[in-house]
Design a protein around this ligand. Sequence first.
Ligand code: COS
Length: 382
Amino acid sequence: MALDPETRAEFTAQVARFVEARLRPLEAKIAEEDGIPEDVIGEMKALGLYGLTIPEEYGGLGCGMEDEVSVGFELGRCSPAFRSAFGTNVGIGSQGLVMFGTPEQKAKYLPGIASGEIVTSFALTEPEAGSDSASVRSSAAWDGQAWVLKGAKRYITNANKAHLFTVMARTNEKKGGGGVSAFLVPRDLAGVSVGKPEKKMGQQGAHICDVNFDDVRLAPNLMLGAEGEGFKVAMQVLDRGRLHIASVCVGVAERLIADCVAYAGERKQFGQPLASFQMIQAQLADSRTEAYAARCMVLDAARRRDAGENVTMLASCAKLFASEMVGRVADRAVQIFGGAGYTADHGIERFYRDVRIFRIYEGTSEIQRLVIAREMMKGAPV
Ligand code: COS
């Protein structure tokens, strides 16, 4: 499942034009209003962005990992809140279903996900289970007819718009990660409730909420994968999600570097453009070098995944490096813009806040290091 190189190039060029002409002019507005206008959402659907990674047979574009990260590089060149609108449909909200769903489950939900009619969310994190995701307390007990789901999930991206959740819940109290199962949970079932969007540091326009399950009755055909496989479903979904996030980090970094080069060329101090000062040049060069390294890492891991390799370690390497890299690039951008970077005029301070979450969600930098080291100890090539 992947696009041919020519189609990929055409599609990414189309996305690049959409980002430049349609999304970038709206960056300040969506941050101010904390929402993306419906007409823009409609255009994203029409472009196929909601169905990027859904197989073609279900109405999606059928992108492979290299295709997905190539699009991620382009989408990163505007406020990351835009990508978040469909990010869960493309990634963590749908990929469990794509990878582990039965033909019936796929036929029922994937066409709506591909068109954007069904918005999906991934509900793993809980108040007491963040990085330690194998310790989820939400539970689903079999009552002879249905699984009865109860528990609370936290910081769930797009929950306020979601029609379908992938929920990880404990079906066996005695086993750790092996006692967790995954379920598809339609939002309209009795007992599902969603809290108000959290106020947060950045990415206004993208939303995260609490989700509560209060004795929600789930028919047996809503289990995703086998009983006890939910933790592995989550981990495999995250392997892919982490590469997607890493590609967006690269795109944001490249955007900020381009903004810095333009500003450093215009802004004069001591009678000369900032760009003529070696201390500014050094910052630009460091940012460019690091962004290039991250791009190479993301592309290499994506291509290996498309070739069928296990990329658990490389996806974590890419996510760790790219998310930390974009933090450094954003920090240098504020420094190069100076007072104009700290005020809202150029949007630099907004990006500085927006990128901070990349080091936290879909696995913190600390968790990425842990995953990398564990894979090395297991004998992954070094
Ligand atoms: N693919 C397939 N299986 C995987 C896997 C992967 N990427 N990672 C782990 N597993 C399997 C392991 O092989 C193990 O299977 P067995 O029990 O059959 O041996 C099982 O899952 C448990 O793995 P492990 O022992 O490594 O679990 P731990 O609880 O010690 O650690 C970490 C798991 C910490 C790596 C995991 O909880 C994690 O990634 N946490 C961060 C979660 C996260 O990203 N949260 C963000 C919210 S989603 S936006």
